[in-house]
Design a protein around this ligand. Structure first.
Ligand code: NDP
Length: 251
């Protein structure tokens, strides 16, 4: 990516989001806008504001509660005050995955909540970010999806994932639709399976599968994930569902 790269990511305070934030901030000339649920929470801000900064890099923390239809737009409207007039990369990362049940037993309120946070909020974010993405010379919109959102891979993943899986399948559809509809100005849009990672969410999935913890580590995966973001192009990557190492994942 070019110098003065500007990136916005949601769910930046822990797990995958924080690890991505940390890596980008360690680079020079990078502005990282960290979307968090509650910027007044001192644990949240301390976990981000103590991250080492590369030369010329800066962190801006904004409030984006995923269930809000207005937070993303409000947050992005404040960016010009920080001298930010374009977004090169927007990462819809915030997500939930704490509920596991067979379809016949699914609690509909849990289903609605997962759809709101995992499927609807990324589209709300995209709509809010659109004007500043259009102002970028090399705009990218990435959604953090999951292997559990794959219909083709379902037979190999016998987890009670009716809620989480279907929310990510919807996210995959929307992401590919955005790719299809926004090609005329060169947007790169794709979804990513980030691996099965040792985070709160990843370990909750592991418990549902009868495992002690998730198998993969942030230390191994995040550099590959960020390299995938760096090298993504309209021709090679847009409209794909990719694994963190750059290989295509089955829809
Ligand atoms: P974590 O549980 O570690 O972190 C989730 C992040 O999302 C937190 O920053 C959390 O903020 C934020 N978040 C949750 N709900 C909301 C909300 N309503 N509004 C704003 N932010 C919210 O999970 P991961 O880091 O593992 O997951 C990140 C993404 O990766 C998710 O989309 C997940 O589905 C996906 N993923 C993860 C896998 C894994 O193995 N870990 C596998 C496949 C996909 P807060 O601290 O305020 O709760």
């Amino acid at each position: 990516m070019s110098s003065n790269t500007t990136i916005l990511i949601t769910g930046a305070n822990r797990g995958i989001g924080r690890a991505i934030t940390k890596l980008y901030l360690s680079r020079p000339n990078t502005t990282l806008i960290a979307g968090v649920r509650d910027p007044t929470n001192t644990t949240t801000t301390a976990s981000l504001s103590t991250l080492p900064l590369g030369q010329g890099s800066k962190l801006v923390i904004v409030k984006i509660e995923s269930s809000s239809e207005t937070d993303a737009k409000t947050a992005i409207s404040t960016l010009p005050q920080h001298g930010i007039t374009h977004l090169d990369l927007v990462i819809a990362n915030a997500g939930i995955g704490h509920y596991w049940a067979k379809a016949r037993d699914v609690d509909i309120e849990e289903l609605k909540q997962h759809y709101l946070i995992n499927s609807i909020a990324p589209l709300v974010l995209f709509q809010a970010a659109l004007p500043l993405l259009k102002a970028s010379k090399s705009p990218k919109f990435v959604t953090i999806s999951s292997a559990l959102g794959s219909i083709a891979a379902m037979e190999n993943i016998p987890l009670p994932s009716a809620v989480y899986g279907s929310s990510k399948a919807a996210l995959n559809f929307t992401t590919r639709k955005i790719h299809q509809e926004e090609g005329d100005w060169g947007l790169v849009a794709f979804s990513v399976h980030p691996g099965w990672l040792k985070t709160e969410l990843g370990n909750a999935g592991a418990a549902a599968a009868g495992l002690q913890e998730a198998p993969e580590t942030l230390e191994v995966v995040i550099p590959q994930l960020v390299s995938l973001f760096d090298t993504a192009t309209r021709e090679k990557s847009s409209g794909h569902f990719l694994t963190y190492n750059g290989t295509d994942f089955q829809w």
